[in-house]
Structure formats: structure tokens, C-alpha cells
Design a protein around this ligand. Structure first.
Ligand SMILES: Nc1ncnc2c1ncn2[C@@H]1O[C@H](COP(=O)(O)OP(=O)(O)OP(=O)(O)O)[C@@H](O)[C@H]1O
Ligand SMILES: [Mg+2]
Ligand SMILES: [Mg+2]
Length: 749
């Protein structure tokens, strides 16, 4: 298969990507040193598995391949095939995900795809016979088939190694052992689930083909995955960056700087994506139409694609956007993080910062004064797993709704991980930081009443088709000081600034000396506190406190002694609520000193830095000779066929959800979904006139036990506001008939 977007450059070096590179510069001595430091750092924090574990994984893969081969012969025999056909019958295992990319950490899963022939069906043979075979094996534990998912998957552990096993049923009678799944013809006459299941492998393989040097790509990607986990922006389902999104972002940087070492690629990553004008798409190759008529991402033709705020397009046919979960809130958080990364990399270039600074954990529970806590429970472990997956796929709807219903004045920052209170059985909880939109004057006594929004969200979550008794969700507003202690490492809440700072210094020391936590544990569970962010935030809050005193903004008092406010209370704002996520302006871009290296070895596993010679003579090959030129070059790579495309100013609330959970909403008569859409969503999108409906408030929803922030009158009139609201603000109100809403969503009806 040809590789779209690949051509020869004038100097004979192969060009990868849809544009010229930004710079052909190779490393300086300083880059070699910094890349060595980075590699050492990544090893020190436990990102690499042991040789023993690596061998164990290979054995698992070998066994799985044997098992599917036995399976396909068994089922062929069972279907009455003669012995010759039985012997010819074949199935094969492919890998994708972090393992295939070569960036997995210890304990990561192996994402595998079983490719089988046309007579091996998905339901009966894969989820029936193969599941049975696996369940009878001693090596297999925790077997969880998920046949109803958008991409059906069998999850299990094999010899203690987590495996995600997908199935692709090809139109072929016999699967050749040297099957090439990158050819487009493989997609002929297969079902949608097979197209989706093949996609992971096809995309991963294509990424590896489209980067100029696999080893530098891997090290850079490991670094960016670690950074994203530390900074709380690693999670596809929460609307941040997942493994594949980061791989594509890093791969594009590798194309744009083909001779750069990982330390340079990391700095260029931040430089380019700080400057990126989303929703310009990031693409590794041209989007091919293909001959099979499968839908490909194209905002010029598909209105739905225009809502994608941060398109990162997969490089294998059918090309799709891999980040449809991104919302304006998560994009804002990521943009701030790109900016922060860019500034730290500049400081590193001036020897004013080190790798520790870049990987400082994001102090999520120090950054806001108000949070939403979403608790979920179920009756047993199986139900909880199912309920958790569903709720996680819906959480982004809550951030969308809150921001929409408050005209974007109330901003939501979802925490990408989940927490568990070990003293409660079958329990998980999630958090969202809430802040008033920055830079907008505060109106005295301004309140955001989001009770109705929250109720609406809960109803939509409860409309889960596979809902079972015991699956419960509870949403509460909680102040920072009342964040439950089990959230914090060791179950101990940091008591004050000095302790927090001291703890952080301690953890930095540990990380620097290579005894920090492994990557796997950085996914958002134990939340450490970063000193630099805390200092900035505190400084900012002090400033804001002063200004709020001057402007006589109302100051809200905490509830006396409650852990959590039982019901949603309107949130009153004083200026000191505002957190600080670096608000500094971007500094000018700068280039490293030019130089060039020969094209890298693109398949070896050794250290990157130790393999790279420095050749300072070839400075002239640097395309951009100044910061300004580089800036212009970055601008230029964004001008393409999709440049004219502008995302709609507001995303619809019901965008595609996480693929696994599409179509799992109950369609009850007069369903809540329809009600909420017709009342709340459509006006926002279609700019229809404001609807007013009589409000009747149910007692339980308006109960305000424990709140000190509200006037009683405000409690009886939950208000739902609708965007768009150009400044100056004037809040049109939609008042809902609340009783009918509750009835419509009643699970028992
Ligand atoms: N919810 C999802 N929707 C679409 N694709 C998904 C989803 N979950 C996983 N995938 C696909 O499966 C691949 C592997 O996912 P996985 O969650 O195992 O992440 P990973 O990149 O392998 O990282 P890790 O090392 O944590 O396993 C992703 O790269 C993506 O292609
Ligand atoms: Mg994986
Ligand atoms: Mg996986």
C-alpha cells in the first residue's frame, strides 16, 4: 500500500507528511545532553518494563496466537468442514495500542486483534466458543466479554497480563499467515464492527510508517504520555488526550522536525500546539476518499464534523477524527497546558528549568475553591464496572450542559481519573473543578444555580439501557476544604501551604532520584500537588481577594461541618474563587542552534541520545533561521484544504459519545432525552427564541440543607440559562415544568 503524504525532498531525504518540514536541524551537544537526561528521567520514574515482563508478554502473545488457531480449527470442524479445510482454517493475532507503538509501561494491557475467516462469526464463535475456551484455561482470569460495545471486546488477564482482544471477521475463507491488514481491500464486504476493530491496528501501523525515526518518536511519545498523565490531560473519554491522540500529535511533530532529538521534539511539540489554530486538523497524511464509500472526516461535507473542536485525524482509511470527545472546557485546559509546557521548555533552553518542572503534577485539588463531586455506586463488582463505563462516557455531557446553561460563565474542569472510598463497597467518584469565567466583571451576589442542569444530567445517565437496581449516581457541590480525605495520597488531606510545598519538594526529590511512582499510577488517582502551580494560584488568589474586597463582591462562607452538601446548591462567587492556570502571554519562539544529523535509524531500541552524532557543519539546511520564520512556518502548515473550516461557535450537547457507549440511552415514551433536547438544547444550537414554561419545583430537588450561600427565594426557582450570550450579559431564562421532567425519566415507568 502506498503511503499518502510521502514524497522525496530536494536533498534526497524522504519527506513524510503533507507539508515540508519546519526545520531539518539536527541536535547540538546541548540537545544530546538534554535528551540523555530525559531518557534517564523516564527510566527513573519507572516508565520501562523489565526484561522479564517483556518476555512474559511475548509468551502471552504466542499463546494467544496458538489459541485462536486451535479455536478456528475447532469451529471449522464443528461446522462440518472436511479435514483438509479444517487444517487450512486459520486465524491470527495482531497488536495495536501502546504495546504495538513500543511505548507501554509496566502493567499496561496488550491491545490485540484476532483476525478470523468469514465462517467464524462474532457472536457465536468469538464471543461463544472462544470465550468458553478461554474461560476454561487456568492462565485466564477476570474474563469480561463486552459484545455490545461499539467496538466489541473481550477483556481478560492471561498469566496476569491484561489483554483487550477485538475480533475482525474478514470476507476471506482462509486467513494467510502473512496477511497484510494495511491494504484497503481488507475492508471489503466486512461489517462495521470489523472496520472499527481493524482500525486500531491499521492506524498504529500507519503511524509507525509515517514517522521519520521510530526510536526518537517512541521516546518523545513516552515523555508526552507521562507529561499528559502528570498534568491531568490524559484521558480520551474525559475529552483530553488518549494514547492514540498523543501518538498522532507527536508523530506530526516528528515529521515537521525530522532530524530532531526527543528533547527538541518535546519543546517543538509545545511550540507548535501552542500556536495551533484549532479547529485546523492535525493530519499525518492526506485524507483519501477510498473506493469503498466509507465515511471519512470532512467538515466541508459532514456538518457533524464541523463541531469537532480539536480534530486529530487518523492516518488509515477510513480517516476519522480521534478526538470527538474534546469540549471547549477540555480544550481550554489543554491549551493552558501547552502554553505552560512551551514556557518551561524555553526556560529549559536557558538552563532556568529542568525536566522536573515540566512533569510537576497538576494540583487539581488546590486549584479551585468549588468542585462537583459525582459519586456512583452499584450492587456488585460487575455492575459497577458496567455502570462506571457508562457514567464516564456521559460525564462530558455534564460539563457541556453546565457551561452552556451558564453562558459559559461557569467553567468546568473535569478531573480525568476516578477515586474510590475504600470504606464504601462498589463505589467510585469523579470531580470537576468549577470556576467563574476569568476576565469578566463579577456582578454582586451573582449565583449559578445548576440544580436543574444536574438533575437533567442525572436523568440522562439513568436512562441507561442496561440499568440495574443498585446502579446509583449522586452529584454534589463541594468546597475545596471539604474534599474527602480519601482523595489524597495516603488518605491524608494536605493541611496547609507549608505542608503542601514541603511534600511536593519531597516528591520532586524522589522523582529526580528515580524512585517516583511508575507511569501507571499517574493516571489521576493519587493526586500530588505541584509547588509552582500552587504558588501561582495562591499569588493569584491573594490578588483576587484584594480586588474582591475593593469591589465589595459577596464572600461565601463554608458550611459549618459537613463533608458534602447533600443537594446541589447554587454557587455564589467571590473573586477569590478564581484559580490561576498560567495566564502569562506566550513568549517568542526560538530555534536551537542549527546542525544536522544523518537520517536516523528507524527501528532500533537503544538509547536515542547515544546513537546520535552531531554535525554542526550542516547549519544551512535549517529552513527557518529565526523565531519569526519558524512562527510563519507553523502558520503555513495550517493552511490547507481544511483551513477555511470553522467550527460552530457552540457544540451540540449530544455529540458523538465515547464510541463504546453510543446508543445505550433508553428511549422511554416521551423520554427525558427528547424533553431536554427540545427545551434546553435546541434553542442553544438553532438560536430559537427563549421558551418559557411554568416551573414547579419538587421538594427533594430544592432542599437546601447545609447551605449557607443562598437566599430562600432563590432556592425555589431553579433557573436554567441558555447560551449564546454575547456580552453584556442578559440572561434569558428557560423555566421548565419540573414535575413532568421527573415523571418522564422515572425508571419504573
Ligand atoms: N473508547 C475508545 N474509543 C475508541 N477507541 C478506543 C477506545 N478505547 C481504546 N481505543 C483504541 O484502543 C487503543 C488502545 O487503547 P488503550 O486504552 O489500551 O490505550 P493505550 O494507548 O494502549 O495505552 P495504555 O498503555 O494505557 O494501554 C487506542 O489507541 C484506541 O485506538
Ligand atoms: Mg493499551
Ligand atoms: Mg486497551
Amino acid at each position: 500500500m502506498g503511503i499518502p503524504g510521502l514524497s522525496d525532498q530536494n536533498n534526497g531525504q524522504q519527506r513524510l507528511g503533507i507539508t515540508e518540514p519546519i526545520s531539518l536541524a539536527g541536535p547540538t551537544e546541548d540537545d544530546l545532553i538534554k535528551t540523555r537526561e530525559l531518557e534517564k528521567y523516564l527510566q527513573g520514574v519507572g516508565l520501562y518494563e523489565s526484561q522479564e515482563e517483556a518476555v512474559g508478554r511475548e509468551e502471552v502473545l504466542g499463546r494467544l496466537d496458538q489459541i485462536v488457531k486451535i479455536w478456528v480449527k475447532n469451529i471449522s470442524r464443528g461446522k462440518g468442514f472436511n479435514e483438509q479445510l479444517v487444517q487450512e482454517a486459520n486465524a491470527k493475532i495482531f497488536t495495536f495500542g501502546s504495546y504495538r507503538l513500543g511505548v507501554h509501561g509496566p502493567g499496561a494491557d496488550i491491545d490485540t486483534l484476532c483476525v478470523g475467516p468469514r465462517h467464524a462469526s462474532r457472536d457465536e464463535d468469538f464471543f461463544g466458543e472462544l470465550r468458553k475456551m478461554l474461560s476454561e484455561m487456568q492462565e485466564v482470569t477476570e474474563l469480561h466479554p463486552v459484545p455490545d460495545a461499539h467496538v466489541p471486546v473481550m477483556k481478560f488477564k492471561f498469566n496476569g497480563v491484561s489483554v483487550d482482544l477485538l475480533y475482525a471477521r474478514l470476507a476471506l475463507w482462509v486467513i494467510p499467515e502473512d496477511l497484510d491488514i494495511s491494504q484497503e481491500s481488507i475492508l471489503q464486504n466486512v461489517d462495521e464492527q470489523t472496520v472499527l476493530s481493524l482500525n486500531g491496528c491499521r492506524v498504529t501501523d500507519q503511524v509507525l510508517r509515517l514517522v521519520p525515526n521510530i526510536q526518537t518518536f517512541r521516546t518523545t511519545l513516552r515523555c508526552m504520555r507521562f507529561w499528559a498523565k502528570r498534568r491531568g490531560v490524559y484521558s480520551n473519554v474525559a475529552g483530553f488526550l488518549g494514547g492514540i491522540n498523543l501518538a498522532l500529535l507527536v508523530a506530526r511533530i516528528c515529521q515537521l522536525y525530522p532530524n530532531a532529538l526527543p528533547n527538541m521534539l518535546v519543546s517543538r511539540f509545545f511550540r507548535v500546539y501552542t500556536q495551533w489554530r484549532w479547529p485546523n486538523p492535525v493530519m499525518l497524511c492526506a485524507i483519501e476518499e477510498g473506493s469503498l464509500g466509507l465515511p471519512v472526516w470532512d467538515p466541508r461535507r459532514n456538518p457533524k464534523d464541523r463541531y469537532h473542536l480539536m480534530p486529530i485525524i487518523t492516518p488509515a482509511y477510513p480517516c476519522m477524527n480521534s478526538t470527538y470527545n474534546v469540549t471547549s472546557s477540555t480544550l481550554r485546559v489543554m491549551s493552558d497546558e501547552f502554553q505552560r509546557g512551551s514556557e518551561i521548555c524555553e526556560a529549559m533552553e536557558a538552563s532556568k528549568a529542568d525536566w522536573n518542572a515540566l512533569f510537576e503534577p497538576y494540583p487539581f485539588f488546590e486549584s479551585y475553591k468549588n468542585y462537583l463531586q459525582i459519586d456512583i455506586t452499584a450492587e456488585n463488582a460487575d455492575d459497577l464496572r458496567q455502570w462506571k463505563g457508562w457514567v464516564e462516557s456521559r460525564l462530558r455531557q455534564l460539563t457541556l450542559k453546565i457551561e452552556r446553561h451558564t453562558y459559559g460563565m461557569l467553567q468546568c474542569h473535569p478531573h480525568p481519573g476516578e477515586f474510590s472510598d475504600k470504606s464504601r463497597p462498589f463505589h467510585h467518584c469523579y470531580f470537576m473543578g468549577l470556576q467563574r469565567k476569568q476576565g469578566v466583571p463579577v456582578n454582586e451576589g451573582e449565583q449559578f444555580d445548576i440544580r436543574l442542569t444536574v438533575e437533567e444530567f442525572k436523568h440522562s445517565v439513568n436512562a441507561y439501557t442496561l440499568w440495574k437496581p443498585g446502579m446509583d449516581i449522586h452529584v454534589s457541590h463541594v468546597k475545596r476544604r471539604n474534599i474527602p480525605a480519601y482523595i489524597f495520597p495516603g488518605g491524608v488531606r494536605p493541611s496547609g501551604p507549608s505542608k503542601v510545598t514541603a511534600e511536593n519538594k519531597q516528591s520532586s526529590k524522589l522523582r529526580a532520584s528515580g524512585h517516583g511512582q511508575a507511569e501507571k499510577s499517574q493516571g489521576g488517582k493519587g493526586v500530588a500537588v505541584g509547588a509552582d502551580d500552587v504558588k501561582k494560584r495562591r499569588r493569584s488568589e491573594d490578588d483576587m481577594d484584594n480586588s474582591s474586597k475593593n469591589s465589595k463582591s459577596p464572600v461565601s462562607l463554608p458550611p459549618p461541618s459537613r463533608e458534602v452538601n447533600e443537594d446541589m446548591t447554587p454557587i455564589t462567587w467571590d473573586e477569590s474563587e478564581v484559580n490561576s492556570i498560567d495566564g502569562q502571554k506566550s513568549k517568542k519562539l526560538c530555534l536551537t542552534s542549527p546542525g544536522e544529523i544523518p537520517p536516523g535509524d528507524s527501528g532500533t531500541n537503544g538509547s536515542v541520545a547515544s546513537n546520535q552524532p552531531v554535525n554542526p557543519i550542516l547549519a544551512a539546511t535549517d529552513i527557518s533561521s529565526s523565531k519569526e520564520e519558524e512562527k510563519l512556518a507553523i502558520e503555513k502548515i495550517m493552511s490547507g484544504p481544511y483551513d477555511a473550516h470553522q467550527a460552530f461557535p457552540e457544540e451540540p450537547e449530544e455529540l458523538e459519545d465515547d464510541t463504546q457507549y453510543r446508543n445505550q440511552v433508553k428511549d422511554t415514551a416521551g423520554s427525558l432525552k427528547n424533553i431536554t433536547e427540545s427545551l434546553a438544547l435546541k434553542p442553544a444550537v438553532a438560536e430559537e427564541p427563549v421558551v418559557c414554561v411554568e416551573t414547579t419545583c419538587s421538594t427533594s430537588l430544592c432542599s437546601n440543607e447545609g447551605s449557607e450561600e443562598l437566599e430562600s427565594a432563590e432556592l425555589t426557582a431553579p433557573l436554567l440559562t441558555v447560551p449564546p450570550a454575547p456580552a453584556p450579559l442578559k440572561k434569558p431564562l428557560i423555566r421548565l415544568n419540573f414535575t413532568s421532567l421527573v415523571k418522564a425519566a422515572d425508571k419504573s415507568s
